[in-house]
Design a protein around this ligand. Structure first.
Ligand code: ADP
Length: 423
């Protein structure tokens, strides 16, 4: 059992529609002006999946120790109470000072992390329409945690916030302008917490990069063009459906296709939405799996086609953003696929030689071996999370992203930095 005092404890939590993911960090309460990322330690983490189904599972970890099993949870409340029970069991005298919640969509309203107030909850409720698949469960988590831990400060961090800097010409769609003003139809972009983390990590590692492309490739996938540390374009749009081909999402398609399919299949808008969000992408083409690692184990024609399409679409986006940025200074791969798959990185970079992008095969393989075994518990390893894999003019990095620690760090800065007079 871990016993801790003299520390601030932060719980980062991400409530999905049927899952809860979380990490507990501690930082010394004498942190002063020091960067939380350099001083944080992850002491516990976990995931509860398939909430509300008969296939419930939990998996908790501390350094060198795991606890997992199958258990069904009626709803998020039951799952979160189980998580709190496990925390109490593993960490003595644990006093959580801050709970930081991941919100996928902050709309136009939330461009920075905020402390939860009654006023903010009303505004957050109003955002459900923008992200019906994500925000309601984020809100559910916030309400449950506020009840369970009333003495902790509750903070929200938004995935859309990093993209607030996208200029109007890149951020709105060529449809009647009125829809932007009246209904806020524009490119919000997502994965912003991950992009912020990568940016911070590169600058902490003294990589002075002016024009950067980051590929965040997980079950959801997007690409971001970053100039002087801020987002200037990104592939996801009004919702996380736009852009790259993903595990189950289609990404970019001709906007007429949904109308044609609706007619031909005689289905409702909800069913159509379901097809594009949950039955397309790698799953739709391979007809076998949405999981990239599993896809690589198949050798049938459809699976090979799914892999080719996935790679091709990434290459097209990188080329597009290189043009938009008028050249790049570095390329980053992150997310479960971006970090772990040396094959994916190699195949993407093969077609980018004309830009001075060349993979070093040995470094590329070594980076995947390292990340495949990476244990994120204990002190945050900011130097070891960035692996240089390039062998050409343009640096290429495989980077382990850590959205939970980025959230914790943003919450600490919001709550303590002003008081301490830090910048
Ligand atoms: P999420 O978007 O849900 O956070 P992750 O970032 O964890 O997802 O990425 C999950 C994806 O990463 C899955 O498609 C998984 O198969 C893939 N992945 C994980 N490890 C490897 C690996 N060693 N090789 C290839 N793909 C991997």
């Amino acid at each position: 059992m871990i016993k801790k005092t003299g520390q601030i404890h932060i719980l980062s939590i991400n409530c999905g529609s049927s899952s809860v993911k979380f990490s507990i960090f501690e930082i010394p309460d004498s942190l002063g002006k020091k960067n939380p990322l350099l001083n944080a330690e992850r002491i516990f983490s976990g995931v509860i999946e398939e909430i509300g189904t008969k296939f419930g599972e939990f998996h908790f970890k501390t350094k060198g120790k795991e606890d997992f099993g199958k258990l069904n949870f009626k709803d998020h409340s039951e799952a979160i109470n189980f998580m709190i029970h496990k925390l109490g069991f593993n960490i003595a005298n644990l006093n959580i000072n801050i709970v930081v919640h991941r919100f996928v969509h902050g709309g136009d309203e939330f461009r920075e992390p905020v402390v939860v107030t009654k006023e903010n909850i009303v505004k957050l409720n109003g955002l459900t329409e923008l992200a019906p698949l994500h925000n309601p469960s984020n809100l559910k988590g916030l309400k449950i945690m506020s009840g369970c831990m009333p003495h902790a400060k509750q903070v929200c961090v938004f995935d859309t916030a990093f993209h607030r800097t996208i200029p109007l010409y890149a951020g709105i769609y060529p449809i009647p302008l009125d829809y932007y003003y009246r209904y806020k139809v524009k490119r919000y972009g997502f994965h912003g917490i991950s992009y912020s983390y990568i940016n911070n990590l590169l600058s902490l590692n003294k990589k002075d990069i002016k024009k950067l492309i980051i590929c965040h490739l997980g079950n959801g996938a997007s690409i971001c063009a970053v100039k002087n540390g801020v987002s200037v374009d990104t592939s996801m749009g009004y919702t996380p459906l736009e852009g790259l081909m993903m595990g189950t999402r289609c990404g970019d398609i001709d906007p007429s296709i949904p109308f044609i399919l609706k007619e031909k299949l005689n289905i409702s808008c909800e069913e159509l939405y379901d097809i594009l969000n949950k039955k397309s992408g790698l799953l739709g083409i391979s007809q076998k799996t949405y999981d990239f690692k599993e896809l690589l184990t198949y050798s049938d024609e459809n699976s090979k086609l799914a892999f080719k399409m996935y790679v091709y679409r990434i290459i097209k986006f990188i080329g597009g953003y290189c043009a938009a940025l008028n050249g790049i200074d570095a390329l980053v791969f992150t997310g479960g696929i971006g970090e772990n798959s040396s094959l994916l990185r190699k195949e993407v970079c093969k077609n980018l030689a004309y830009l001075g992008i060349k993979i070093d095969d040995r470094k590329n393989k070594k980076a995947s071996e390292y990340f495949n075994k990476f244990d994120c518990h204990g002190k945050i390893k900011i130097r070891k999370q960035v692996k240089s894999i390039g062998g050409g003019k343009i640096p290429i990095f495989a980077v382990h992203t850590d959205e939970d620690i980025q959230m914790a760090s943003e919450a600490v800065k919001l709550l303590f930095y002003e008081k301490r007079g830090a910048t």
